[in-house]
Design a protein. Structure first.
Length: 182
């Protein structure tokens, strides 16, 4: 399978400020210990399941299962960079649609930056690229890339808009030493 990185299927970035200083935030620590129930609270009813594992060569991996629009997406996010203030996760994601199964490449960036007043700005950036498997899927179903991109942008943007403030609140709770969901 080939990822077509020169094409963008969808891209969105949303930010939310949290009332904790940047030096107390640990996005990688949060992401790789996130309880499934907390993940589910971060975008109901879209978030369905999650788990933490590793690749065969020991790199951290997060598995997320969620509905984005009409597609059930199984994401296999492998850490390319994982620090307290920045994580770049890369997934070849399986997408189960009413028309069948395909695959897309998703880059998920989780970013923490200092904001005014000792606060932190959390940004959740998601970029999807087609794969050759995805392009073949579109051709087999008589859909253009442009049509698919419009639909994915709408669904993915809406999902990201709703989950970003809930992820930020969860990251803040962890930074303050509060139990998940409290």
């Amino acid at each position: 399978m080939k990822v077509l990185t020169d094409q963008i299927l969808s891209q969105s970035a949303y930010s939310a400020e949290i009332d904790v200083p940047l030096e107390t935030v640990d996005i990688a620590g949060w992401l790789f210990t996130l309880p499934e129930a907390e993940y589910l609270r971060c975008c109901p009813p879209d978030h369905i399941g999650s788990g933490i594992t590793t690749t065969d060569d020991g790199r951290p991996m997060v598995i997320n299962v969620e509905m984005i629009g009409s597609g059930l997406v199984i994401q296999h996010y492998v850490a390319e960079e994982a620090t307290p203030s920045y994580c770049r996760m890369n997934s070849i994601s399986d997408v189960l649609t009413p028309a069948g199964r395909t695959q897309v490449n998703v880059i998920w960036e989780l970013i923490a930056e200092a904001a005014e007043g000792g606060r932190t700005r959390y940004t959740n950036r998601v970029t999807s690229h087609p794969t050759d498997v995805f392009m073949d899927f579109l051709a087999a179903h008589g859909q253009t890339f442009e049509q698919a991109a419009v639909a994915r942008q709408a669904a993915g943007g809406d999902h990201n808009r709703r989950e970003t403030p809930l992820f930020a609140a969860s990251i803040a709770r962890r930074a303050l030493g509060k139990p998940a969901g409290k």
